[in-house]
Design a protein around this ligand. Structure first.
Ligand code: NAD
Length: 312
């Protein structure tokens, strides 16, 4: 029997750190190779093998996969929504080429499974905003969303044409305390906790009633691993599954924070990220993920807020 050997690409990012640690617990420390462009994250040090890797270098990636007998790849390296708008061509290049490098090597080397995340950013202003369905109008307006939508199509193509077992989730905005967010439009929902604790005040870059789908990191990590562990016969979507837990606005999260820090105040100075958020869903319908492989979220706004303040 072939032993699982996992490569995480982009392991030092907001998701990568926690996902790598969770995978090491499940598969054994030495069976999960972490890699990133950046220096090894503090929380990963001493927990397992670490390799410096630029995923854009296909030859290096190929050699790494062969040398370590990799059987599963988690590709998390990407340029996120807000950063992407500052340099659209770079974001397109990195987000697409990294995925094509991984998919193509997976095909050649018969990699067992590939994970690559998509995002709620695939949706655009013409998609239904409430309970956005799995299958609907998809007309993204940010380069990040365009690259995620194209990536979803490539994943489905590699699955149908070459049999690559690639799986994907459309993550909502992710809230965490272990590793900092990397330049997304939902980053405010992480910053607000730190500012509330340190300065009792936060200026939001999104307006008070901007509702976005959100999820606490432990739920996102569990969803990712549950999807990857599910029997292939249960996976009916080979582009990317809608995934959902909660939806709130800056005003609502501020009210929840006030329950823990009564003197906390919030003000609003929307910037260029407001326009990005305005094109995204307010909430998502993830019934297909729930029906196909049993997805169930655990954290709502109140439970997440409590846990964040326990840990930051
Ligand atoms: P992040 O920016 O925090 O981390 C990405 C990591 O990739 C960084 O550590 C970066 O150094 C690394 N990286 C960038 N270019 C690289 C390269 N060429 N070679 C190797 N490593 C490289 O991002 P994240 O929030 O952890 O997101 C991970 C994935 O999840 C991305 O695909 C992102 O689009 C997706 N996603 C994230 C969210 C969220 O709220 N965090 C929401 C939806 C989708």
């Amino acid at each position: 029997m072939k032993k699982d050997k996992i490569l995480v690409i982009g392991a030092c990012g907001q998701i990568g750190v926690e996902l790598t640690l969770a995978l090491r617990k499940m598969y054994g420390d030495t069976n999960v190779v972490a890699s990133d462009l950046r220096e090894e994250h503090e929380l990963l040090k001493g927990t397992g093998p670490y390799v410096s890797l630029d995923v854009m270098n296909k030859e290096m990636l190929h050699v790494l996969i062969i040398r370590h007998n990799i059987t599963q790849v988690y590709l998390l390296a990407a340029i996120l929504s807000a950063t992407g708008e500052k340099n659209p061509l770079l974001a397109w290049h990195i987000n697409m080429q990294s995925l094509l490098n991984v998919l193509d090597i997976a095909k050649e080397e018969n990699i067992d499974k590939v994970y690559w995340p998509s995002s709620i950013a695939v949706f655009g202003p013409n998609s239904p905003m409430q309970d956005t369905p799995q299958h609907t109008i998809i007309e993204p307006t940010t380069i990040y969303g365009i690259s995620k939508f194209a990536g979803e199509r490539w994943c489905e193509y590699y699955h149908h044409r070459y049999g690559v077992d690639v799986r994907s989730l459309r993550y909502p905005g992710l809230i965490s305390y272990k590793s900092a967010p990397g330049g997304g439009t939902t980053d405010y929902a992480v910053e607000i906790f730190h500012e509330a604790k340190e300065h009792k005040q936060y200026t939001s870059f999104l307006s008070e009633n901007t509702y976005l789908p959100m999820m606490y990191m432990p739920d996102a990590i569990r969803a990712t691993i549950e999807l990857m562990e599910a029997d292939a016969s249960k996976i009916s979507v080979r582009s990317a599954y809608n995934l959902s837990a909660m939806s709130f606005s800056p005003k609502e999260i501020a009210a929840e924070i006030k329950k823990h820090i009564p003197e906390f105040t919030i003000s609003y100075e929307p910037d260029y990220r407001q326009q990005i958020a305005d094109g995204w869903p307010n909430s998502m319908d993830d019934s297909l993920a729930r029906a196909d492989w049993g997805w169930k979220h655990e954290y709502d706004l109140a439970k997440m807020t409590e846990d964040m303040f326990k840990n930051i």
